[in-house]
Design a binder for this molecule. Structure first.
Ligand SMILES: NC(=O)c1ccc[n+]([C@@H]2O[C@H](COP(=O)([O-])OP(=O)(O)OC[C@H]3O[C@@H](n4cnc5c(N)ncnc54)[C@H](O)[C@@H]3O)[C@@H](O)[C@H]2O)c1
Length: 396
């Protein structure tokens, strides 16, 4: 690992899209970290990367060539179906890894990544940036301080208002590239449910289907490859969502789903996801033996967390305590700058982090088994635990 004063040498795999943002946050020449290599299949992206990071940047379309460079850390921000092979290859080199969520498409794939990192001691970090969102951190702090007593239930509603803009246009819409949106999109929420409730799902069942986007016209096959440039903006005029056009020619993931879970500590949780609501946000509600709490907003001005912990008749919209969440600078409610700062510290020094590769794997395991249940008509599924030896390694 680097001497204390020199910059970590960082490579970015998948340096457009999400990787462009993460690379920009990591690039702090003279202040601890420098992006020195980028890998992407898009020549236009690599040309932009050279402008962003300087002409001396190593660029390639082959991640093996990037991994052969003298690096300290890699950021892997490619589409989901590439995560496993790229993370395993980076771990084999012993590099510190920032791996975007979802960790992999399968439980076995997650465990192969964990095993590869455990074998070389590579520092593995998964990009569950919601753990750095101030409203989530406030809910976690209130629960841990006993504001609602012992947690018994968690109900989450996920209104994915931009589903048609971002999740049904390219690889996201196909099972072979994502497994399903209960991993691709819900990996965040399943992780936060586990974190707030202090346990991991062991039993799941789910129902859902492709209820709207599958019937829309004008879906032509792409000329090549599963990716296409993401639109920068939502098509706000395309509402109701039946007006959406230009969607992926093949859509076999669900646009509406709901999951029930029982955690290893007995907590019951539910999660519901819809990809064509007029608005976009996540609503978390946690019920304990001495009250309940709920968020309103996800970091924009006016976001607050409300606690109800006194008995009353009927609904009291004001609750018994309100905690206003200050607006933070940066994308995803200020979470992105914080998660990258934490990764750079972890890559250099190791130590405790708010995110956890074990928890990341547990969210994928829950999403995989929920997807399996949904596609089997709602049958109960057990979520397999992380093999004990691996779990012990990452708990250290
Ligand atoms: N944590 C978050 O909040 C968050 C937000 C957005 C995306 N993501 C995750 O980031 C990842 C990337 O998402 P995206 O929307 O940027 O995807 P994308 O389709 O825009 O692809 C990202 C980049 O990878 C490149 N790429 C594709 N195939 C490649 C290959 N074989 N080798 C190298 N580069 C390749 C693309 O050209 C693109 O520049 C996904 O796993 C997604 O789940 C996370």
């Amino acid at each position: 690992m680097k001497s204390k004063n020199s910059d970590l040498q960082i490579g970015v795999i998948g340096s457009g899209g999400r990787g462009q943002l993460l690379g920009a946050l990591a690039h702090r020449p003279g202040r601890g970290a420098r992006v020195v290599a980028c890998c992407d299949v898009s020549d236009a992206t690599l040309a932009r990367n050279r402008q962003e990071y300087g002409a001396g940047l190593f660029t390639t379309g082959d991640c093996r060539a990037l991994l052969a460079r003298p690096l300290d850390a890699v950021i892997i921000a490619t589409p989901d179906f590439l995560h496993e092979a790229q993370a395993v290859a980076a771990a084999a080199r012993g590099l510190a890894i920032y791996l975007e969520k979802p960790m992999a498409l399968t439980i076995a794939g997650c465990d192969r990544i964990l095993r590869a990192a455990a074998r070389t001691g590579a520092r593995l970090y998964v990009g569950h940036n919601m753990r750095h969102m101030p409203f989530v951190q406030k809910m976690k702090a209130l629960i841990d301080a006993g504001a609602i007593g012992e947690v018994k239930a968690c109900w989450v509603r996920h209104f994915v208002g931009h589903g048609g803009d971002f999740y049904f246009r390219d690889w996201h819409a196909e099972r072979r590239y994502t497994t399903g949106l209960l991993l691709q999109k819900a990996a965040h929420d399943l992780d936060i449910i586990h974190w707030l409730c202090n346990g991991y799902s062991r039993k799941v069942n789910a129902l859902g289907g492709l209820t709207l986007y599958g019937a829309l016209p004008g879906r032509k096959p792409r000329e090549k490859g599963p990716t296409r440039p993401r639109p920068d903006e939502m098509q706000l005029a395309a509402f109701p969502p039946t007006k959406m056009r230009g969607l992926n020619h093949r859509i076999d993931v669900e646009d509406l789903s709901s999951v029930q879970m029982q955690l290893d500590n007995g907590v019951f949780a539910t999660y519901a996801q819809c990809h064509y609501t007029p608005d976009y946000w996540r609503n978390y509600m946690v019920i304990g033996t001495e009250g309940r709490l709920e968020n309103f907003g996800n970091g924009e001005p006016g976001t607050h967390v409300r606690v109800w912990n006194r008995r009353k008749q009927g609904y009291d919209a004001r609750g018994d305590a309100t905690y206003r969440i200050p607006v933070s600078r940066g994308t995803h409610g200020g979470a992105d700058p914080m998660i990258m700062a934490e990764f750079l510290r972890f890559a250099r020094h190791g130590g405790k982090t708010a995110t956890s590769p074990l928890a990341a794997r547990e969210s994928i395991a829950t999403g995989c088994m929920a997807t399996e249940s949904l596609r089997a008509g709602g049958a109960l599924r057990m979520v397999p635990r992380v093999p004990a030896g691996l779990a012990a390694h990452f708990r250290k």
